[in-house]
Write a protein that binds this ligand. Structure first.
Ligand SMILES: C[S@@+](CC[C@H](N)C(=O)[O-])C[C@H]1O[C@@H](n2cnc3c(N)ncnc32)[C@H](O)[C@@H]1O
Length: 238
């Protein structure tokens, strides 16, 4: 990955996201994975928080696709703590558009990654994922219809104690253009209120409306399946 913005966020990632989408995914993903037994591709596996859910809920082999060196390093170290995980997870050090499983997979899981693809890249994403799935295969991802945020001031969005230090994440919307939101994140480590380290990341995320997203998936040969609020389940047409 040329522009590995995630590396700066790595020390903060589990602290912040255990406080965000991850607990919700732990509740809604397992029932959707029922019946998946042989193989799963996980797109944007990050530090492996969702990989662990897949391993616990299925006996499947997992292809974990993760382009960021920093995120992938935590993922592999997490796998190293568990011999069963090490034997079942193959880590692909590339982006979703370059990922190739050795055989078509039963299911693809993509949690909090969709925003990395802009409207021009998404048709290629759906085509690539469809090619990786076996006929009738299942694509699971999280998505919600949302109203566009307004540009605003930098605000602390998470603060976590790590020993004598505080790990703080602050965020700010800089600009909004259609479905694309440019945001700035500041990652600080503080001791007694003094900033010991500070890193800043500016990134653009893409948040498609349902009408557009569903039309893209149908055009790519997927049919919608039932899923709980916050999740999407689509199957490749046989
Ligand atoms: C918000 S994190 C989500 C990580 C994990 N799925 C989770 O929910 O904890 C987004 C992840 O997507 C990865 N990512 C970004 N662009 C990607 C791409 N083109 N293909 C695959 N993964 C990508 C990032 O490196 C990052 O690890």
């Amino acid at each position: 990955m040329d522009d590995d913005n995630y590396s700066l966020a790595v020390p903060f990632y589990d602290l912040w996201h255990e406080d965000g989408h991850v607990p919700m995914i732990r509740e809604v993903l397992p029932p959707l994975l029922k019946g998946v037994r042989r193989s799963v591709m996980e797109i944007g596996a990050g530090t492996g928080l969702i990989t662990r859910v897949i391993l616990e809920e299925t006996p499947a082999e997992v292809y974990a696709v993760e382009p960021s060196f920093g995120m992938r390093s935590v993922l592999v170290n997490r796998l190293a703590e568990d011999p069963d995980a090490l034997s079942r997870v193959t880590v692909l050090p590339c982006g979703a558009l370059e990922a190739e499983a050795d055989e078509p997979v039963e299911a693809i899981v993509m949690i909090s990654v969709l925003q990395s693809f802009d409207a021009e890249q998404r048709p290629e994403l759906w085509r690539t994922l469809r090619r990786q799935l076996e006929p009738g295969g299942l694509l699971l991802f999280n998505w919600r219809e949302r109203t566009n945020p307004e540009p605003g001031e930098l605000e602390v969005v998470g603060s976590y104690r790590v020993g004598r230090h505080i790990y703080e994440v602050a965020g700010q919307v800089l600009a909004v253009a259609g479905e694309s939101v440019k945001a700035r994140y500041v990652y600080r480590v503080k001791q007694c209120g003094m900033v010991m380290s500070e890193d800043e990341v500016v990134s653009v995320g893409h948040w498609p409306a349902g009408e557009r997203l569903f039309a893209e998936l149908e055009a790519a040969g997927f049919a919608r399946d039932a899923a709980p609020d916050g999740m999407q389940a689509w199957r490749v047409l046989k």
